[in-house]
Design a protein around this ligand. Sequence first.
Ligand code: KIV
Ligand code: ZN
Length: 389
Amino acid sequence: MTQPDKLIIFDTTLRDGEQSPGASMTREEKIRIAKALERLRVDVIEAGFPMASPGDFEAVQAVARAVRESTVCGLARALEKDIDRAGEALREAESGRIHTFIATSPIHMERKLRMNPDQVLEQAVWAVKRARQWTDNVEFSAEDAGRSELDFLCRIFEAVIEAGATTVNVPDTVGYAMPHQFGETIRQLMERIPNADRAVFSVHCHNDLGLAVSNSLAAVLNGARQVECTLNGLGERAGNASLEEVVMAVRTRRDVFPCDTDLDTTQIMTCSRLVAGITGFPVQPNKAIVGANAFAHESGIHQDGVLKSRETYEIMRAEDVGWSANRIVLGKHSGRNAFRSRLEDLGVHFESEEDLNSAFARFKDLADKKHEIYDEDLQALVTEASLES
Ligand code: KIV
Ligand code: ZN
């Protein structure tokens, strides 16, 4: 069932991402993001939770109509009305998936569902069979698996695979897992469940302790072949595993990971900017891959290294994730080489070392007063110097 060397990317920006307080999106906005995700070549787009509201139903339906290359997925609790609503919303999808879930941790079963484990298992099996009446692409999630008992996870996953689930998802719903433990959980599940080879094992990690990406990668190293993630790490509370970080980690460290995604990573920046613009959630400057400083170099030593050979301080190419190029930021830590190189790019060539040194001294004075020196500042500085000489 699982292609051992392919990592499936399941993007849930439009569903879990939209659960970030203040990030709700209109139907048109969801379509724009879904089309961008399709160009990025994500495998599965979770477009929403059709039972949540008439607007969400219509958005999932519209995305299902608009997207042809990626599978479009709708979320449903393990309830008849949810599953049928999701099935209805996905009717026109070229490839549709119903994603049904129920909680499996003792705390959720006792205090939220007020059901015992046998009842939960029975409901899960029933839900998967119901979803199979709509589509043969059915995912089952054991909500709060990160705090669930391993024996019960084995029982319920075995039963839902038998009932027809083609993907089984292990969510760390509250971001509680530690990478080594989570990886071990995936390994044990895949080893102990007798029909494990008939389903793709998936993970869905939240970022409450800042470990969502690490936990997802630990799971991949232990056999998971689908990662659920969001652009810019958007999502409920502290968010989900960030798509761009997971994808670039496996792509950059092919020596470590046994699989890779099919994504066109040069589309990452376009997608990230689109999501930030639509949701109004800005990306922090030091965010890996998509932050404004992710490929910027300020210190003189780093700038000198990068100008000689970019691999000295870069482990991936800015262009490969959609930036136009890396960025040498001129500031007070910058060195003479970076200064000269930028001016040469601007068409300014120094006649002598002495001219360069005096312009560089002026630049350092200015850099003490200003965080970043822009091309206009440099041009003004050189013009002033030539007027004075
Ligand atoms: O975090 C979670 O458990 C979820 C499930 C619905 C997969 O979002
Ligand atoms: Zn979630």
